[in-house]
Write a protein that binds this ligand. Structure first.
Ligand SMILES: Cc1ncc(CNC=O)c(N)n1
Length: 235
């Protein structure tokens, strides 16, 4: 193999290694950072978090997760119908199983913080996010697009809460369990697997579907930022 061939080969290998999603995260780094290093997350990490903000986030997130379950179920149905590879189904099913524990955890955590879940009224940003999830459940939304959204939604939480658990942070002891729920290494690895599954689909997708998936990724980041913003609304 001559030198030129080697170079083109190594540069194309590099592209494959990076993956479509990693190139998007790089390309939209400032929006990604705004979603994963939000002032609410920074305040947990440096210990200045206002506990009424935390309570508000907790109640709103319970409502979100209840809407998230049927969305994930719709991704699972699409995987079963459309993919040639059963690994996707297994990864998605793992995510669904975790949501079962998560709903129980929210109830336990809410009672610890004196938050009455049955009395929570969804705020505007939450309503917007939940209707976005609903729109993604449509049969017209391609599996690859829905899978990318699923990855993005999970990755923002994983990245944000793992950041609060890094060494030499001031995260309050009583919030560590919450951070650990999404910031733990197993969830991190599961998110990487989900990213790989999404990358695989994106790579074989048409330009049109890839464009739609990128737009959905950006919309998820915006909605996550608005969701974190909600914690700051004074009541
Ligand atoms: C607003 C929002 N985004 C992502 C997650 C994480 N996924 C499931 O728990 C979440 N709980 N809430």
């Amino acid at each position: 193999m001559d030198k030129q061939q080697q170079e083109s080969r190594s540069s194309s290998n590099k592209k494959v290694d990076l993956g479509v999603i990693a190139t998007w995260v790089k390309k939209h780094a400032s929006l990604y950072e705004a979603a994963t290093r939000h002032p609410f997350i920074e305040s947990i990490r440096n210990g200045t978090v206002d506990l009424s903000s935390f309570r508000r986030w907790l109640g709103q997130d319970y409502i979100f997760v209840r809407a998230f379950v049927p969305f994930v179920a719709s991704v699972l149905v699409k995987a079963c119908n459309e993919t040639d590879d059963s690994s996707d189904m297994e990864v998605i099913l793992g995510g669904m199983a975790a949501l079962n524990d998560e709903l129980a955890w929210f109830k336990k955590e809410a009672s610890k913080w004196g938050v009455t879940l049955s009395a929570i009224v969804p705020l505007a940003a939450n309503v917007r996010y939940c209707s976005f999830l609903k729109s993604l459940m449509s049969l017209e939304v391609e599996y690859t697009v829905a899978l990318t959204a699923f990855w993005a939604i999970e990755a923002v939480y994983q990245d944000s809460f793992a950041y609060c658990l890094e060494e030499d942070t001031e995260t309050p002891e009583e919030l560590k369990e919450t951070c650990y729920r999404w910031g733990n290494d197993d969830f991190g690895e599961w998110c990487c697997t989900l990213e790989e599954r999404a990358n695989r689909r994106l790579q074989m997708a048409s330009e049109d579907v890839r464009k739609k998936a990128e737009a959905v990724f950006l919309r998820v980041l915006e909605l996550e930022i608005e969701f974190w913003d909600m914690s700051r609304v004074g009541i």
